[in-house]
Design a protein around this ligand. Structure first.
Ligand SMILES: [Zn+2]
Length: 655
């Protein structure tokens, strides 16, 4: 492992102690083999003048909710040293009191809550303290005889301490040790916490950071000699099985989940190791990970549903073995080892699933190394339970905002580069759906990016590109729950006796046949969807046709019939199929100001009168259709299928 220290870069963070602390914290955060997603913590002790001009000794310790990779000065909580030292001398302290007293001791009450390791940082008698959950330290200390290995490897340079619960108990453990050992006198450079991580310290930012790198490198070199290289294999893709796995896990979780398949050679190689079901489910690298990943992943055998059920049963049994009055969390795995396929991670959002995927990737590599270095022997499940069901962690989970209605759902929307289709994609994304938008417009990837969605350029009348887009969606997100079949054109108006055959054929091909083709390919996946729903976008024109629009009217009438048949076919699968009939939506590309004026003139109306030419005298906007479709895909419409919903302000020819 290389030190990433760079003098020039360091200078850009300021020469003061806190500036240097920000810089080396980021250096730790930059290396995923040291910390991942909010893991680890750092501190610096400074003497500052307070508001009144009095000197005060502070420990700036990483604030909760900040990530070392991106931390800023504002990410550190300034806690009075005096208070932290006093706390370290108490015989016991509840987590709740510790958090409260740490906050009370902050010179800036608006700073983030100080790390739960603040007391430990304070009592280490050096200006800079760096703490990581380095993979190599986990592989070394979770291997069999880890304590002896660590002691032998680091000798007198490092203090090796047995695992205890992080927070006050850990601070107390170190406090007791410091009563007997003078770290400076003994020349001790770091503390290895077995099955947890590494602390290093020094009075200089660079020295503390580089000691960290040096000690981790020693462990890495040892493991490179003792352990085996990561196994590698090629995946055999089975997207339908992936959709089934996502469905089973989502059901266990109680909510739709995004699933991310890691089918890299390393992930598949790991999943294919003969006894991975045994050692791969023994426990995590460091207790911190269990908050995001649970104690262990699921192992997926031939029968996917049975494998997920087994995980849920085992989880309930684990809970019952250790619970003392807590409420059980959901029994769904956060990631799964899947022979032949790789490693699959789950989360409410793509971001959540990716965080778990990163931890799972580190876990696979490290567990493999630990297993080949004498046997993977992670923390006891009792210790993991204490972390997973820790009051402080439970409080964090409870704090979350209300759940968006489509969170964890995957939606496929066609024809969404502009107008109604775009508004639909936007409304679904606003309500938490992971949207994939298909359009023939070359700009669709950029357009979808604006709403956090994925855009794919597809000619919906062609078979292979449509199949590829569906496969892509399942491969990236795990399945498809919502399909909005919207693509359509409005050809030029000609009466039957003069219309061009090509206009008719093209209209039917896009407005009708492309929808039928999409259904043909997407329904097998929708059958594995969660609370699945298909919505067609029709037109008022179906019930109130106009002269010169035969192709358009017929295509929308047939599309409505397609919707009704789909509703009949899919009802036994609990899949809802409905159609929305918009009318007179003028905020689309189709309607230029000139076209609007021309049409209004034809009726002898002003543009404003023309726009609100309906019973309620209201203007219908794209967003009205978008919000209606989002509602139709939501549980509000849980028991509605085969319905035709007009969004037109009321039309006397239809009513
Ligand atoms: Zn830690």
């Amino acid at each position: 492992m290389q030190s990433l220290w760079n003098d020039q870069e360091a200078a850009t963070f300021g020469t003061d102690l806190l500036g240097q602390r920000v810089y080396t914290s980021r250096l730790l955060g930059r290396n995923p083999a040291l910390v991942l997603h909010g893991g680890g913590n750092t501190s610096v002790k400074v003497t500052e003048k307070d508001y009144f001009g009095d000197c005060v000794e502070l420990c700036h310790v990483k604030g909760s909710g900040w990530d070392l990779a991106t931390i800023e000065r504002a990410g550190f909580s300034p806690v009075r040293m005096e208070a932290l030292i006093k706390m370290s001398k108490l015989a016991t302290m509840s987590d709740e009191d510790m958090v409260l007293q740490q906050r009370a001791a902050m010179t800036n009450p608006n700073a983030p809550a100080a790390s739960i390791e603040a007391i430990l940082h304070a009592i280490l008698p050096f200006k800079f303290v760096d703490h990581s959950h380095a993979n190599a330290i986990s592989a070394l200390t979770c291997a069999k005889d880890g304590e002896a290995r660590a002691k032998e490897l680091f000798g007198k340079r490092v203090l090796v301490l047995p695992y205890v619960m992080p927070g006050f108990v850990l601070a107390k453990q170190v406090f007791e040790v410091l009563q007997k050992i003078d770290l400076r006198k003994e020349g001790i450079e770091g503390i290895v916490l077995l099955k947890h991580g590494l602390f290093t310290f020094a009075d200089d930012a660079k020295a503390s950071y580089e000691k960290h790198i040096e000690l981790v490198t020693i462990a890495e070199e040892y493991l490179a000699k003792k352990g085996t290289k990561p196994a590698q294999a090629e995946a055999s893709e089975d997207l339908m099985a992936l959709a089934k796995l996502r469905r089973a896990v989502s059901k266990a979780r109680g909510y739709a989940q995004i699933a991310r398949l890691n089918a890299s050679p390393n992930a598949v190689g790991y999943a294919n190791i003969a006894n991975v079901a045994d050692f791969g489910t023994r426990g995590p690298l460091t207790p911190d990970h269990s908050i995001r990943t649970k104690r262990a992943p699921a192992f997926i055998g031939e029968d996917i549903d049975a494998s997920v059920q087994k995980f849920a049963d085992d989880y309930a049994a684990y809970f019952n073995r250790h619970a003392k009055g807590q409420t059980m969390l959901d029994p769904a795995p956060r990631f799964a080892i899947w022979p032949g396929n790789g490693i699959v991670s789950f989360g409410d959002t793509l971001k959540d699933a990716k965080i778990v995927a990163d931890i799972a990737e580190s876990t696979a590599a490290t567990v493999q190394l630990g297993e080949s270095t004498g046997g993977w022997t992670p923390l006891d499940e009792k210790d993991i339970f204490e972390i997973e069901y820790w009051d402080l962690e439970q409080a964090k989970l409870r704090k979350g905002p209300a759940r968006k209605v489509h969170l964890g759902k995957v939606a496929l929307v066609t024809g969404c580069a502009a107008g109604i289709g775009f508004a639909i994609a936007e409304s679904l994304a606003e309500q938490g759906a992971q949207v994939v938008g298909l359009d023939i417009d070359k700009e669709i990837p950029e357009i979808m990016k604006k709403i956090g969605a994925t855009g794919i350029v597809v000619n919906l009348t062609e078979d292979k590109p449509v199949q590829d887009a569906i496969d892509f969606t399942v491969r990236e997100f795990g399945g498809i729950d919502i399909v909005v079949s919207n693509a359509g054109i409005f050809p030029k108006n000609d009466n039957l006796d003069v219309m061009a055959q090509t206009d008719w054929d093209r209209t039917i091909s896009i407005n009708l046949t492309s929808h039928q083709k999409l259904m043909n390919k997407v329904i097998p996946f929708v059958k594995q969807g969660l609370d699945a729903s298909i919505i067609f976008v029709g037109s008022r024109n179906f019930k109130a046709p106009g002269p010169g629009a035969s192709a358009y009217s017929c295509s929308k009438a047939a599309l409505t019939q397609l919707c009704r048949v789909a509703a009949l076919e899919l009802a036994p699968h609990k899949i809802r199929v409905n159609i929305v009939h918009p009318d007179a939506v003028f905020d689309t590309k189709l309607w230029t100001p000139e076209a609007l004026e021309k049409s209004a003139a034809r009726y002898g109306m002003t543009v404003d009168e023309y726009k609100t030419k309906n019973l309620m005298k209201v203007e219908i906007k794209s967003k009205d259709i978008g919000n209606m479709v989002s509602a139709m895909a939501s549980p509000l419409f849980a028991k509605v299928t085969g319905a035709q919903i007009p969004v037109d302000g009321g039309n006397d020819r239809v009513i």
